[in-house]
Design a protein. Sequence first.
Length: 183
Amino acid sequence: MPFTFTPCPLEGLYEIQPTLFGDHRGYFFESYSERDFKQAGLPLTFVQDNQSRSVKGVLRGLHFQKNHPQGKLIRVIAGEVFDVAVDIRPGSASRGKWYGVVLDGQRQNQFWIPPGFAHGFLVLSESAIFAYKCTDFYYPEDEGGIIWNDPAIGITWPDPGTEYILSEKDRKWPVFSAGGTGR
């Protein structure tokens, strides 16, 4: 199988490492295979692909959709980011807990975040090209969020060597305990 699927400490999250085939010309790898993901117990259907470019210190998140939750298969095409998932699933044993992984364009590792998690990332390299596949469409009116530095969640964000750069919207999300999940 051209992928290694490693379960993360929070149920449903996986770090995925594709097999890279490289030589003096460069490299090749499969970034997704429906067959291989299905064999690994991840029968996914994607409806939308997204891509962004951000500079060092940009922190995006923590985002989710309230009524149309998205599963996301995330990777970094170039650069390096610290990617975070926060469990907001009602009734989950790990509700309010977070897990983070460094994704980078050299290793081409990926992060599978199923529906029911808030998501955010911090750019660690000078810039990063970030791409992800979604299991549901984006609906702007359905967006919710949690403040990135919520002390009850306690995410340990790395120091990128510069100040964090956040959008005005991301500076104003509520804390998790105050309805940051929109539920």
